[in-house]
Design a protein around this ligand. Structure first.
Ligand code: MN
Length: 261
């Protein structure tokens, strides 16, 4: 398998592995199934290991100026979270511009560049002091959004699932181990469309830090190894159309590039 196909192909594995049958890092021996379904992995830089994705959590309105542009008051709101399905992941290799299909049902398709934290340890009610010990690696990601559907469903007080949690709505670069990069608490985060800067902020402007996000999430859910967290986007989200090229950046990580097709 060449590098390109490794990034674009999910290994097919049988679901429902029998507990206790698998050695660490080996394929589980599962029950016989009538068909296989793809599992989701994200490549780890500097390693031949792949990170298995269990759940994708996303925090909403985590930069004050973005919260304001979405019509809320960032000073009064506790953090809130939503999920994307794991197969929303679109792996994008550094140095490439991956084709990203314009999704159905929208006329206002938005980018949101975000820092992504990947966990190798889980737990409930994780304290702020211990939270970052749970982070294994970081990546740059895009929380692609059908903004018109998100807004319309919100206005109707319906779940905004279809606006956020659709196929390939989570492009992501490869993971970088904390042991090699340290934690990302500050640094530039920006996004360009067709070479023009659109989003431009600093990670230290997050309202809720990655540690706080982990702690808060673990009050609502038991976090597990394999969970990843999209940590929110800065202000100046906006639309793209077919043909547009998105180039996004976080200091210390290789850029992530997609072309809307
Ligand atoms: Mn987002």
């Amino acid at each position: 398998m060449d590098r390109r196909s490794m990034f674009n192909t999910s290994a097919a594995v049988a679901v429902g592995a029998v507990a206790g049958c698998a050695l660490p890092g080996t394929a589980a021996v599962g029950p016989k199934t009538p068909f296989t379904v793809p599992a989701t992995y994200v490549p780890i830089v500097g390693s031949d290991l792949m990170f298995p994705v269990r759940r994708i959590y996303c925090i909403g309105r985590n930069y004050a100026a973005h919260a304001r542009e979405m019509g809320s008051d960032p000073t009064r709101e506790p953090p809130f979270f939503f999920q994307k399905p794991t197969d929303a992941i679109q792996n994008v290799a550094p140095g490439t511009v991956a084709d990203h299909p314009y999704p159905t049902l929208t006329k206002n398709y938005h980018y949101e560049v975000e820092l992504v934290a990947a966990l190798h340890k889980g737990g409930r009610n994780i304290s702020m002091a211990n939270a970052l010990d749970h982070v294994y690696a970081y990546a740059i990601g895009l929380d692609m959004t059908r903004r018109d559907l998100q807004r319309a469903l919100g206005d109707e007080k319906k779940p905004w699932e279809i606006g956020k949690s659709f196929d390939r709505s989570a492009p992501i670069g490869p993971l970088h181990l904390v042991s090699q990069t340290g934690h990302f608490k500050q640094g530039g985060i920006w996004l360009k469309v067709n070479g023009q800067i659109k989003q431009n902020a600093n990670l230290n402007q997050m309202i809720w830090s990655v540690a706080e996000q982990i702690s808060k999430l673990s009050e609502a859910f038991e976090l597990m190894p394999g969970d990843i967290i999209y940590s929110g986007t800065p202000e100046n989200v906006g639309p793209v159309v077919r043909g547009d090229v998105i180039d996004c950046h976080i200091d210390g990580l290789p850029n992530l590039g997609i072309k809307i097709v």
